[in-house]
Design a protein around this ligand. Structure first.
Ligand code: HEM
Length: 313
């Protein structure tokens, strides 16, 4: 998972952080990205799907057509982005997808579930590093109708399935202030096909782990107690989610893709501008945000580590 400083999607533009709609138009308009961790993360993803099928995949029955739309979008994106690694041949309804990275060739009849080994969303998600969430739009609202989720930042797909956008975001302290939750929901409901958006969300993790599901909190949550100013550089990771929003034109649903990246504070410390920026943000961060992000227990240890590094640099 080590991510070079050069390619890491550092999330900060300023020296302070508050919740906002920080989405920008996505260019190039691809729903997924490929990194050097592809093989490692696909292997982990498939193991999680095998060991915890209902934790990692959920879909309401009415989502079948939208799931096929996602298959089409993602396979076309992969073949276009990286033609040496992925190929897609379409012959009438018969689609052949070749993934040279995993050495797999998948042939199926488009729209025919019986021709796939899994439900369409659960099939296509096994070829990308992203988690994939399908939001249905109806009755002037957005509902979490399906998802393949292996690397959640402390939330549960099984618990959230069927919830509205506002309900999903209700655990976030002061996210309703100024009507922010409703404004963002309305922004998403106005998205147009062919004009996708992207944003970056961030948090800190104690421990280098992509699978921080709510269901496994007991396995990773206590790592927070181990953080000290001495070990924070290696133990604490900046966790960034690159999140993309696509309107699916046929079913009018929304595809929300989440690509999770981790980088240790030690690596960040190698770039002085990033080191200073993350320090400034954490010093100023209001407690209600630090509390929600689960970093109160070790924030002071992190600050001591960063301060020390700043003095040395
Ligand atoms: C429609 C797709 C989206 C889905 C399915 C989604 C889902 C979620 C979930 C499950 C959480 C964690 C909630 C919890 O603690 O249980 C969350 C957090 C959050 N979401 Fe969304 N979200 C979506 C889009 C957005 C957009 C477009 C924005 C802003 C422009 C946004 C802003 C946030 C923020 C600020 C948090 C708190 C994260 C943190 O402080 O670490 N979300 N979202």
């Amino acid at each position: 998972m080590a991510k070079g400083l050069a390619t890491f999607p550092f999330p900060f533009k300023e020296d302070t952080y508050r919740y906002s709609n920080n989405s920008v138009l996505l260019d190039p308009p691809y729903a997924v990205d490929l990194t050097s961790e592809y093989e490692e993360e696909i292997t982990l993803k498939r193991k999680l799907l095998l060991d915890h099928p209902t934790r990692c995949f959920q879909a309401l029955p009415h989502t079948n057509e939208a799931q096929w739309e996602i298959v089409s979008l993602i396979l076309h994106n992969l073949a276009e982005m990286s033609p040496d690694d992925f190929q897609l041949h379409i012959n009438g309804d018969i689609w052949t997808f070749t993934n040279h990275k995993t050495n797999e060739r998948e042939q199926f009849i488009f729209g025919n579930n019986a021709s796939l080994p899994y439900e369409p969303l659960n099939f296509v998600g096994r070829h990308v590093q992203e988690d994939l969430i399908l939001m249905g739009q109806r009755d002037h609202d957005l509902y979490l109708d399906a998802g393949q989720l292996c690397f959640p930042a402390n939330w549960s797909l099984e618990f959230n399935l069927g919830m509205t956008f506002v309900e999903i975001h209700s655990p976030i302290t002061r996210f309703t202030e100024g009507g922010l939750d409703v404004k963002i929901r309305n922004f998403i409901m106005r998205l147009e096909a062919g004009k996708p958006w992207v944003r970056r969300n961030w948090s800190l993790n104690a421990g280098r782990r992509l699978d921080t599901s709510l269901e496994t909190f007991h396995l990773w949550g206590q790592e927070r107690q181990r953080v000290t100013a001495d070990n924070a550089g290696q133990l604490v990771q900046l966790r960034v989610e690159v999140q993309k929003l696509f309107r699916l034109p046929r079913t009018h649903s929304i595809l929300f893709t989440i690509h999770t990246h981790l980088i240790s504070l030690e690596e960040i410390a190698q770039k002085r501008s990033w080191l200073a920026q993350i320090y400034n943000i954490l010093v100023e961060l209001p407690d209600y945000i630090a509390e929600y992000k689960g970093m109160m227990l070790y924030k002071n240890a992190v600050l001591a580590y960063l301060e020390n590094k700043l003095q040395q640099s």
